[in-house]
Ligand binder design. Structure first.
Ligand SMILES: Nc1ncnc2c1ncn2[C@@H]1O[C@H](COP(=O)(O)OP(=O)(O)O)[C@@H](O)[C@H]1O
Ligand SMILES: Cc1ncc(C[n+]2csc(CCOP(=O)(O)OP(=O)(O)O)c2C)c(N)n1
Ligand SMILES: [Mg+2]
Length: 321
């Protein structure tokens, strides 16, 4: 058998759940629950750009799927299945064993079976994951559903992944001792699927934070044609950031990426329901501001003055257009 198919069989072939056709045919087949709509999202991870070449492959496998499941969470969708595109410079059995274990363990945990993909040879490791989910169309948490007067919420904590990344890049040398406590936030994010699912019918707009809070909240503001007033003192900092320089901390909270928590809006009358949804999902939520009728995208501080933003958030093509 060709080495390519050997690799697929050995690391990525699992028996498909009842009613599905998985790895091994021209297409995978799976049903979408009656009355629901298919939610689809894809994200690409490129060596050197999204992850360091020497990252633990188990964690990389986990993160490659987690960042995609995070998009389903942000839509209020439940996972149905996923496909994996993989470009590799060579067959590295140890790497493949770790990567596939990390990926498939998370797939199992969230009921998102790997049903297909594509494997090629290429100059660097490149991972493309597509997830398929299900959500009742009318309950999907769309970016354009925010309304003036809504509270703005964020789940979990902010800034940990960004400071971990800066430390791994050799920045902030005096803070290197913090890395062991922060690394998990960067390398092993947990998709907030339980929260997203429970926010159906409660939240209006939602987004997952990949590029940074302000940039991602900005997508809600643009799509919902709203301004926002933020209370920066209410931003939930990762506990591993306690006592850090205030400016570095604030920049990480507002502009740091790789967060994979949900930012969402909901009417103030829903505060109790939001709290109950978060408690049931086992994640903390913080109320960090309000949507206002005003120029789309305008960000104000809690005094109503334009928010001073030093870091714009992650941009793959910064300075190129
Ligand atoms: N090459 C592309 N072709 C078509 N649509 C794209 C492409 N790249 C991104 N998009 C779409 O643009 C929107 C914004 O993408 P992105 O910022 O990557 O979203 P997310 O942060 O949720 O992954 C999404 O709707 C995505 O599907
Ligand atoms: C080696 C390395 N360099 C930089 C980063 C930081 N980083 C890379 S991509 C990214 C943003 C999220 O990735 P993107 O492809 O924009 O995801 P999407 O918004 O499409 O979900 C961040 C913060 C990282 N995680 N690892
Ligand atoms: Mg994307």
């Amino acid at each position: 058998m060709a080495a390519e198919f050997d690799l697929i069989r050995k690391y990525f072939t699992q028996s498909a759940p009842q009613g599905m056709l998985g790895v091994g045919d021209d297409c995978a087949l799976f049903p979408v629950p009656a009355g629901q709509t298919c939610a689809v999202s894809t994200d690409l991870l490129v060596e050197g750009r999204h992850f360091f070449p020497d990252v633990d492959p188990v964690l990389l496998g986990h993160k490659a799927l987690a960042v995609n499941l995070s998009d389903l969470a942000a839509m209020g969708a439940e996972p149905l299945a996923c496909v994996l595109g993989l470009s590799l410079p060579a067959v590295d059995a140890v790497w493949l064993d770790g990567f596939s274990r990390g990926f498939l363990a998370l797939a199992r945990e969230y009921g998102c079976p790997l049903v297909g993909g594509d494997t090629t040879r290429g100059p660097q490791v490149c991972i493309s994951v597509t997830v398929f989910g299900a959500v009742p169309a009318a309950q999907a948490l769309r970016r354009d559903a925010g309304r003036p007067g809504d509270d703005i919420w964020v789940s979990g904590t902010l800034g940990g992944a960004d400071i971990a990344l800066q430390l791994l890049q050799g920045k902030l040398p005096g803070e290197a001792w913090r890395l062991p406590g922060l690394r998990g936030a960067l390398e092993c994010p947990a998709p907030q699927l339980a929260l997203g699912r429970r926010l159906r019918g409660i939240a209006h707009a939602a987004i997952d934070i990949s590029d940074g809070l302000l940039q991602d909240l900005g997508h809600i503001l643009a799509a919902s044609a709203c301004a926002a007033r933020l209370d920066v003192r209410a931003l939930p900092a990762h506990p591993g950031l306690a006592g850090m320089d205030e400016d570095i901390l604030l920049d990480a909270l507002l502009g740091g990426g790789d967060v994979y928590q949900l930012c969402f809006t909901a009417a103030p009358q829903q505060r109790e329901q939001v709290a109950q949804a978060a408690a049931a999902a086992g994640v903390a939520v913080s109320r960090i501001g309000v949507l206002e009728a005003g120029p789309a995208g305008l960000l104000l501080d809690n005094q109503g003055a334009p928010l001073h933003v030093r870091r714009a958030g992650f941009d793959h093509f910064e300075g190129q257009s």
